[in-house]
Design a protein around this ligand. Structure first.
Ligand code: PBG
Length: 324
C-alpha cells in the first residue's frame, strides 16, 4: 500500500514550501529598540547585548539611514540617563530639553518617515530604578500616572509618533489618552504594554540603562508569569482606556499569551522579543552551539505565528535572517 496523502509533496522544493508556508514576516513588521546616550561620536558597547550599543545623536543619523534602507521603519527609543540626573522624583523624565526630547526633534526633522516610539516609564530617570515613584518602599500608582501622562505629552510634542507605556500602573492609558486629546494630539498612538510580566529576561536591558531596581523587585506592578486570565483583564482595561495597539512582553516564554490576546482582541498585537531572549541566542552562537541566523529567523517566525503583528527586537538590523 502507498499512502495517497503525502504531506511531504508540499515540501519537495523551495517554491512549493513557500506556497505551503502559513506564516511570513518582513522587516516592516520589526521595531528596532535603540539606546541613546549624551555626547558625540559615542557608540558604546553593552557587554550583555553583543552587537547593541548606546548611541550619541550624531551617530544615530547614519543608523537611521541604514535602518530605513533595510525596511525597518520604526524605532523604540530608550535613553541612558547619567547617574547625576537621576533622583527620587524622576524629574528628568519631564525635562523638555532632556536627551529623549532632543533625539525626537533631531530624528523627526531628518527622517520624518521613521516612526518613533518612546517608552513611558520612570525607571531610566528614577534613582530608585522603579517604573513609578517610590514612597516608604511602595511604588505609588496615581502620582506616577500624573507624571507618566506629562511625559507622554512631552514626547508627543517633541516628535514621537507613538508612546508606549511600559510601567504597568493602573489607569495610565486613560490618563495618557485624555492628556493627548486635550492637547490636540488626536493622532498620537498608544502601544500599551498590556501584559508585561515580572521577568528574568530583562536583565541585559537593565544593564544597558543602569536601571535595575535599587531595592525590591517589580512584582507589585508587573504580572505574575503564572497568569493568563490576568493578561485578559489588562487587555480589556487597556482597550477601554484607549490603547491602539496591545503589547505582550517578553515574547518567547509567553507565546500562548500572544496567541490568546490576538484571538480575543480586535486591535493589532505587538510582542517584545526582549534583551534576555536576544542575549541567549547571541551567547550560544558565540560558543558555536547553534546556527545564529537560523535560530533568529525561527524565533521571529514563532512570535509571528503565535499572533504578533509587530515584533520589537534587537535582531531587527541583523543581516541574512529574512524568511523570504
Ligand atoms: C522599562 C522597560 C524595561 C524593558 C522595556 N521597558 C525593563 C523593565 O521593565 O525592567 C525591557 C526590555 C528588554 O529587556 O529588552 N519599563
Amino acid at each position: 500500500m502507498h499512502p495517497l496523502i503525502r504531506p511531504r509533496r508540499n515540501r519537495k522544493n523551495n517554491l512549493v514550501r513557500h506556497w505551503r508556508s502559513e506564516t511570513k514576516w518582513c522587516r516592516a513588521d520589526l521595531v528596532y529598540p535603540v539606546f541613546l546616550i549624551e555626547g558625540s561620536k559615542q557608540k558604546q558597547g553593552i557587554s550583555s547585548l553583543p552587537g547593541q550599543y548606546r548611541w550619541s545623536l550624531d551617530e544615530l543619523l547614519p543608523l537611521a539611514e541604514k535602518s530605513l534602507k533595510m525596511g525597518v521603519q520604526a524605532w523604540a527609543l530608550f535613553p541612558a540617563i547619567e547617574k547625576a540626573l537621576k533622583n527620587p522624583l524622576a524629574s528628568e523624565a519631564i525635562n523638555p530639553h532632556g536627551l529623549i526630547c532632543r533625539a525626537l526633534g533631531e530624528l523627526k526633522k531628518r527622517f520624518p518617515e521613521l516612526t518613533l516610539i518612546t517608552d513611558i516609564a520612570l525607571d531610566p530617570y528614577s534613582s530608585d530604578g522603579h517604573d513609578g515613584l517610590v514612597e516608604d518602599g511602595n511604588v505609588l500608582n496615581d502620582k506616577s500616572v500624573d507624571i507618566l501622562a506629562q511625559m507622554a505629552l512631552l514626547h508627543a510634542q517633541s516628535g514621537a509618533d507613538i508612546v508606549a507605556p511600559s510601567d504597568m500602573m493602573d489607569g495610565r492609558v486613560l490618563a495618557i489618552r485624555e492628556t493627548l486629546e486635550e492637547n490636540n494630539f488626536h493622532n498620537t498612538q498608544i502601544i500599551s504594554y498590556c501584559a508585561k510580566y515580572a521577568s528574568a529576561f530583562y536583565g541585559p536591558f537593565r544593564e544597558a540603562l543602569d536601571s535595575a531596581p535599587k531595592s525590591g523587585d517589580k512584582k507589585t506592578y508587573q504580572m505574575d508569569p503564572a497568569n493568563k486570565k490576568e493578561a485578559l483583564l489588562e487587555m480589556e482595561l487597556d482597550q477601554s482606556e484607549g490603547a491602539d495597539i496591545l503589547m505582550v512582553k517578553p515574547a518567547l516564554a509567553y507565546l500562548d499569551i500572544i496567541h490568546e490576546i490576538k484571538e480575543q482582541s480586535l486591535l493589532p498585537i505587538a510582542a517584545y522579543n526582549v534583551s534576555g531572549e536576544y542575549a541567549m541566542i547571541k551567547a550560544a552562537a558565540e560558543k558555536g552551539w547553534l546556527d545564529e541566523k537560523k535560530a533568529i529567523a525561527e524565533t521571529l517566525l514563532s512570535i509571528k505565528r503565535a499572533g504578533a503583528d509587530i515584533i520589537f527586537t534587537y535582531f531587527a538590523l541583523d543581516e541574512g535572517i529574512d524568511s523570504l
